[in-house]
Design a protein around this ligand. Sequence first.
Ligand SMILES: CC(=O)CC(=O)SCCNC(=O)CCNC(=O)[C@H](O)C(C)(C)COP(=O)(O)OP(=O)(O)OC[C@H]1O[C@@H](n2cnc3c(N)ncnc32)[C@H](O)[C@@H]1OP(=O)(O)O
Ligand SMILES: NC(=O)C1=CN([C@@H]2O[C@H](COP(=O)(O)OP(=O)(O)OC[C@H]3O[C@@H](n4cnc5c(N)ncnc54)[C@H](O)[C@@H]3O)[C@@H](O)[C@H]2O)C=CC1
Length: 255
Amino acid sequence: MIKNAVAVVTGGASGLGRATVERLAKQGARVVMADLGSSKGNEVAKELGDNVVFVPVDVTSEKDVTTALETAKDKFGRLDLAVNCAGTATAVRTYNFNKNAAHRLDDFTRVLMVNTVGTFNVIRLSAGLMGTNEPNQDGQRGVIVNTASVAAYDGQIGQAAYSASKAAVVGMTLPIARDLSTQGIRICTIAPGLFNTPMLAALPEKVRTFLAKSIPFPQRLGEPSEYAHLVQAIYENPLMNGETIRIDGALRMQP
Ligand SMILES: CC(=O)CC(=O)SCCNC(=O)CCNC(=O)[C@H](O)C(C)(C)COP(=O)(O)OP(=O)(O)OC[C@H]1O[C@@H](n2cnc3c(N)ncnc32)[C@H](O)[C@@H]1OP(=O)(O)O
Ligand SMILES: NC(=O)C1=CN([C@@H]2O[C@H](COP(=O)(O)OP(=O)(O)OC[C@H]3O[C@@H](n4cnc5c(N)ncnc54)[C@H](O)[C@@H]3O)[C@@H](O)[C@H]2O)C=CC1
């Protein structure tokens, strides 16, 4: 059960991560909210009360993530759940033939660094701390939840970097579940469709409307609270492991 569990949520100051922090705190968990120093982490943590602590973290930094995990241990005594929500997106064609310009390599690398390498960084270091927990009656010591995207499967024009970064998260889920099974640590990935967050608000209105209309049912953007609900379900269901779950109203994005 989530009550009294200790969680780290990356990207916790905004969107899906923030909704997750809110839900977990409301259900009685204690949460380290890890997000960039430039985020609204401090304000959000203040709003949410004593069971939420903000730590400025860049998920690509070993030092920053270690500090966040040490905070979980020092302040709350342990780590039961790590949720990877930190992420970034870009929309650029592989080659723009009108402008005769290739996709910048540093844009591609930046997206992979945050979404793929950052996620793996949090997974590997969290696993170390969870491994020190006493196992429950089922032998479980901890749970990790990642955030991919439906773009891992049906990425649109302009999504080469983003889709590659998310497909890598889908791809690492099963081998990591196998790696960590000896310690009783589960890992699942959520592949969200279209959710009402600041990231999606960055898309042109026309594209957002078009995309929302293409969702079979319910024909609307998802609410971040619906994502947070699934995080809790994964945490509480002991058999969920090694799998990526789409939460998308049956959306299959068109080119
Ligand atoms: C966040 C998640 O995890 C979930 C998601 O993935 S949400 C899906 C996100 N999708 C994207 O980000 C799409 C990325 N792609 C794009 O934005 C564009 O394709 C691009 C900027 C890379 C290139 O666009 P382009 O076609 O070369 O030129 P552009 O002038 O921008 O677009 C041409 C037209 O197509 C429309 N369009 C572009 N991409 C579109 C899309 N994905 N869906 C619907 N319409 C689109 C534009 O609005 C524009 O319409 P008008 O000509 O009527 O103004
Ligand atoms: N909103 C949507 O429709 C969808 C979102 N996603 C994914 O869900 C996750 C959350 O996205 P949203 O909440 O929509 O976006 P958001 O932009 O509202 O929140 C992302 C958070 O991640 C933080 N972040 C970015 N880079 C970071 C870094 N290097 N280190 C630490 N924190 C960092 C940002 O500061 C921000 O607070 C992302 O991984 C995104 O790719 C996936 C599918 C759909």
